[in-house]
Design a protein around this ligand. Structure first.
Ligand code: FEO
Ligand code: CA
Ligand code: CA
Ligand code: CA
Length: 655
């Protein structure tokens, strides 16, 4: 079907399909030669050994024969794939709307009025486009806890009457008023809510002492090696240590000490003034980060988002923010040691030597996978002992070699090419320009790395590579093998010796996504996968207390796959490896974010983001949205919402 001239089906992440990485990593000729030699080797092994019948890719990865008796781990009646105006959950489960855009978060918040949005109200209400969800138990309970939520971005065409639905990116929302921009800024950031299950019903605890809204105006501290750096100083903050707000926070993580890691992603879209001509070094950095993009009008009304007026403000975004959700007065901290790029998530693990390890994806076509290892060890006795753990450590970027091995390349000032000769002045400079440093050390360009999670049970790490249409036959490599990769794949990393801080890893592709019944797609789901069980465009993921991987998607549509986005269980081991199973299906236009399951495996929280967004040829607006989910009130636009899913009558999910 022909796609009309870029209707509002364009989403911010679509711009991330366009890579900004024109580095020469690695030499394509080398990759091609190695790729085919490895493929031949693998094919030879499978064809000529009697083990072929029992060796799965997982077994090849670990070198161990698999447990052929393994049975599927997901036990629920599958949802039928498709797309319409509402959501579906597996039979025998309840999906309850927990909180919606505009609902009350902090004490005194007014009721939501779609026709009368105001910044003051929005600052106290639940923000737009819920993405990451993290459940932090209170008192060790799975029926009482804090739910922390990222509010990634705003869909003006669905929020404001009269917003031009055909506005193109670059001129998007150029006619927004200062009042509307103020609403947008308050709809970004995050929320902390206290949630409680009574019987099978989840409720937001009213007037909780923990309730908090974080917005584009919340004061934050800059910590770690880039704090106080000359390139972090602005006229409002001559010390380079304080910044207002976090923006485009996508996925994230919860630490073992109960803090929330909230990850800034497409910060480039908020900065203004393409006509500015910064000095050449700054210009190169801006190009590599895709800035300024002028997706929003913020720079029209706020000098700090105009790079001609405040050239360094942009350096203060693109970080991982650590927040203590138990203290609503605490100052969020931007942890610069973790690097600056378009962060998706922060899958983490306490390494066997006690150090804390965070895996991270940089969500853009042809960008990289990173790993941060703390210098110190996690203090398991004292929460306070981990207060500044994330400020010291080493950031690495991944190189995937064609023989199935991989190397973590350190991004340390003074080592390799990361010297003054390359233009870096110190470690802070390396971190502010993480992408450029990673280009120089020879990282492997990936197919848009989104969420990443460690399976606590097996030690394997899963990274969602959502898609990459910029990949072509010449740039395809072993880890990103499909040209014009429209449907994405999932890659599995196994740290050598089970050491998450070690220098090397092995890797294998878990599944190439898309319709396995379509010959030219090349999908590799297990043949046991039903017509509903395959998916495309993996984005968010979570590993539950049973050690099972759940995958949420962003990009399925009637046009691309004939189905809405949703949540699939995906087998990772044994004979069932690569079998998908559809558990929850989104309403039209939405992507599914934030899958988060309670420690007792009895509740799944999922974030339905941008319901009713334009998709394919259907232009969706405030006046005429493609769905009015979840209220279905003729006066109310669709509202991004968190859904709590429980089993009817109680019990573990999918067991
Ligand atoms: Fe915000 Fe990469 O998704
Ligand atoms: Ca995402
Ligand atoms: Ca996740
Ligand atoms: Ca995505």
């Amino acid at each position: 079907m022909a796609v009309p001239d870029q209707p509002r089906s364009l989403r911010f992440e679509d711009a991330e399909d366009i890579g900004s990485n024109d580095s020469a990593n690695p030499a394509f000729a080398d990759i091609l030669a190695e790729r085919f030699s490895r493929r031949d080797l693998m094919g030879g092994m499978l064809a000529t050994t009697a083990m072929a019948a029992v060796l799965s890719p997982a077994a090849l990865l670990t070198g161990c024969a698999e447990d052929v008796s393994a049975t599927p781990n997901f036990n629920f009646p599958e949802v039928a794939a498709g797309a319409n105006e509402t959501h579906y959950v597996a039979e025998g489960y309840n999906a309850q709307i927990l909180i919606r855009w505009g609902d009350k978060v902090v004490t005194g918040a007014p009721a939501f009025e779609a026709a009368k949005l105001s910044a003051d109200a929005q600052a106290m209400q639940f923000g737009y486009n819920n993405d990451f969800l993290g459940f932090i138990p209170i008192g060790g309970r799975s029926d009482l806890g804090l739910l922390v939520v990222n509010h990634e971005y705003t869909n003006e065409e669905l929020m404001f009457a009269g917003a031009d639905p055909t506005a193109k990116r670059g001129k998007r929302f150029a006619n927004m008023t200062p009042q509307q921009v103020a609403v947008e800024m308050m709809a970004h950031g995050g929320s902390v809510i206290e949630v409680k299950r009574e019987g099978e019903t989840w409720k937001v605890v009213a007037d909780s002492k923990y309730a908090r809204r974080i917005t584009a105006h919340t004061e934050m501290e800059i910590t770690g090696p880039a704090a106080g750096h000359d390139k972090m100083k602005t006229s409002a903050d001559p010390d380079g240590r304080k910044v207002l707000g976090m923006i485009n926070n996508c996925s994230g993580a919860i630490t073992p000490w109960g803090t929330w890691l909230s990850c800034e992603e497409n910060f480039n879209g908020y900065f203004w003034n393409k006509k500015a001509s910064p000095n050449s070094l700054h210009a190169a950095a801006l190009q590599r980060y895709g800035a300024p993009s002028e997706w929003y009008s913020w720079g029209k009304f706020h000098d700090r988002f105009d790079i001609a007026k405040e050239p360094n403000e942009i350096n203060r975004f693109g970080w991982v923010v650590e927040i203590d959700p138990f203290d609503p007065a605490s100052t969020p901290k931007k942890r610069t040691a973790l690097g600056r790029f378009k962060h998706e998530g922060a899958g983490n693990v306490v390494n066997k030597d006690g150090r804390f390890v965070i895996y991270q994806g940089d969500d853009q076509a042809l960008d990289y996978i990173y790993r941060f290892v703390t210098r110190g060890k996690v203090d398991e006795a004292r929460r306070e002992g981990n207060k500044d753990l994330l400020d010291e450590g080493t950031l690495y970027v991944a190189r995937f070699d064609a023989d199935g091995s991989g190397v973590w390349l350190p991004l340390v000032f003074g080592s390799g090419p990361l010297t003054r000769a390359s233009g870096f002045t110190d470690q802070g400079d390396v971190l502010i320009h993480t992408r450029i440093a990673a280009d120089l050390v020879g990282a492997t360009k990936m197919d848009r790395p989104e969420d990443i999670e460690v399976n606590w049970k097996t030690g394997k790490v899963y990274c969602m590579l959502t898609k990459n249409k910029e990949r072509n036959a010449f740039s395809a490599d072993a880890a990103n093998p499909r040209a014009d990769n429209a449907f994405g794949h999932i890659i599995e990393l196994l740290p050598a010796g089970g050491d998450h801080a070690g220098p090397t890893f092995r890797w294998e592709i878990l599944v190439k996504c898309g319709d396995p019944g379509s010959g030219n797609v090349g999908a590799t789901f297990n043949p046991a996968t039903s017509a509903n069980g395959w998916f495309a465009n993996p984005d968010n993921c979570v590993v539950d207390a049973e050690g099972r991987l759940w995958v949420a998607t962003d990009g399925n549509s009637i046009d691309s796959t004939g189905r809405a986005d949703g949540l699939w269980g995906l087998e990772t081991d044994g004979k069932a490896r690569g079998t998908g199973r559809l558990f929850f299906r989104c309403p039209v236009g939405a992507e599914l974010c934030g899958p988060c399951i309670t420690p007792d495996s009895r509740t799944f929280f999922v974030a339905v983001q941008h319901p009713g967004q334009s998709t394919g040829g259907r232009v969706s607006t405030f006046e005429s949205p493609s769905t009015r989910w979840p209220d279905f009130d003729p006066e109310t636009p669709p509202r991004p919402s968190v859904v709590a899913i429980t089993r009817t009558g109680g019990g573990k999910i999918g067991v």
